[in-house]
Design a protein around this ligand. Structure first.
Ligand code: CKP
Ligand code: MG
Length: 292
């Protein structure tokens, strides 16, 4: 049984303590928006599958090892191209400079066949995709389109996070590609500044993230937790993991937002995209009834 199927590119991630131009030590880990969501859901006890392509290299092996250790099921394939890299250069707690080395990467070879193999492993209750994958290559966009289509056919809930990345494409290009896809999407997740990209659409459930102010769905708003943020990268993905977890557990819209905010609070309090993501026991540490 699969609760959530997600797909995309996960990269080797180097994180330095300061500017890369100074050299020195950098920590090697992995990062990718969809695998961040997968890890978040797995930590909350859900059955998750991530589909993606890696290189036949040590970074590819690190990605598979990390996701397996986090109890994420995999549909992967290793190809001759290099696994992509991302460099995180923290400048302030809120601002991290991101450098991509991902053009022509193994991950960008994700294809329709990978998605079909992932569906063969079990029909997911939720299919979760993001705008990042749409921007990677023609085959990766086709993979997202296929995942949405197969999810629709199978009766899965289809969730789409805009995740606009200006380094990958323009807002206009993103809008032209994403808007047609939204016709088949059930849950649209966007930060407030991404909303113009989504244009006019009829998605029934629109979740808007307002950063440290909290989030809204329909007419319901819930404020974020007040925590000391040490690293906000991955906060959006953490919120998505919590929100989708709430959807799987049949929570009300307000409680889905609360869980999303709670998961994001843990994520920003720890350096790294996904390292601080909470288990169910961790969630009990926050008083979810306070709504703050
Ligand atoms: O929207 P978020 O800050 O939650 O996403 C961060 C991720 O996939 C990060 O892991 C990075 O690898 C990326 O977004 C990306 O491709 O930019
Ligand atoms: Mg995001």
């Amino acid at each position: 049984m699969t609760d959530v199927l997600t797909l995309g590119e996960t990269m080797g991630a180097f994180r330095a303590a300061g500017p890369f131009r100074l050299g020195g030590a950098a920590e090697l880990t992995v990062a990718g928006a969809e695998s961040n969501v997968a890890i978040g859901l797995a930590r909350l006890g859900h059955a998750v599958r991530w589909a993606g392509v890696t290189g036949v290299d040590e970074i590819g092996a690190l990605i598979r090892r990390t996701l397996l250790a986090e109890q994420v099921d995999l549909t992967t394939r290793a190809v001759e191209a290099a696994t992509g890299l991302i460099l995180f250069e923290p400048r302030t707690a809120d601002i991290t400079r991101v450098l991509y080395y991902r053009a022509g990467s193994a991950g960008s070879q994700l294809s329709i066949e990978d998605v079909r193999r992932a569906f063969d492993a079990g029909t997911p209750r939720i299919v979760h995709v993001t705008g990042i994958t749409c921007a990677l290559s023609e085959t990766a966009l086709a993979a997202v389109t296929e995942a949405i289509h197969l999810g629709r056919e199978a009766g899965s809930t289809v969730s789409f996070d805009v995740n606009f990345r200006a380094k990958l494409w323009s807002a206009q290009q993103a809008g032209e590609v994403i808007r047609p896809l939204l016709k088949q999407v059930d849950v649209l997740i966007a930060s407030d500044d991404e909303l113009p990209i989504t244009g006019d659409h009829k998605v029934p459930e629109v979740v808007v993230k307002h950063g440290d102010k909290g989030a809204t769905v329909g007419g319901v708003s819930v404020p974020a937790h007040e925590v000391t943020a040490v690293d906000t990268t991955g906060a959006g993905d953490a919120f998505v993991a919590g929100y989708l977890s709430g959807l799987l557990d049949g929570l009300t819209p307000a409680d889905r937002l609360r869980r999303g905010n709670a998961v994001a609070a843990f994520a920003v309090a720890t350096p790294g995209d996904w390292q601080g993501l909470p288990t169910r026991t961790d969630l009990d540490l926050l008083d979810l009834d306070s709504g703050s």
